[in-house]
Ligand binder design. Structure first.
Ligand SMILES: [Zn+2]
Length: 86
C-alpha cells in the first residue's frame, strides 16, 4: 500500500497557537511491552514548542501498522539505550 503525500491543514498548535508545519517524524509505541518505532510518519509539528499531531487517517494507519504482526516480524530491529532511573 502506498501512502499518498497529501497536503493536510493541521491548523494551529493547541498549546501556543502557532501554525503547525508538516514534517516526517519517528513515532514510538509501546505495544504489549515491546517498543515499536514507526519512521517517516507525516505529522503536524509546532515550530515554536515542538508539539506534534497526526491526522485521523494517519492515526488509523498507525494503529493498523502496530498491530500487523507479519510486518513487525519482518521489520528491521534497532537497539536503544535503556537507563534505570536512579
Ligand atoms: Zn506550539
Amino acid at each position: 500500500m502506498k501512502t499518498k503525500l497529501s497536503r493536510y491543514d493541521y491548523g494551529e498548535c493547541e498549546v501556543c497557537d502557532t501554525p503547525l508545519v508538516e514534517k516526517r517524524i519517528n513515532q514510538d509505541f509501546w505495544i504489549g511491552g515491546q517498543l515499536i518505532v514507526v519512521e517517516n510518519v507525516p505529522a503536524g509539528v509546532c515550530p515554536q514548542c515542538g508539539a506534534k499531531v497526526v491526522n485521523a487517517t494517519v492515526g488509523r494507519h498507525l494503529a493498523e501498522l502496530v498491530r500487523d504482526k507479519k510486518r513487525i516480524a519482518e521489520a528491521i530491529q534497532i537497539s536503544v539505550p535503556a537507563l534505570a532511573y536512579h
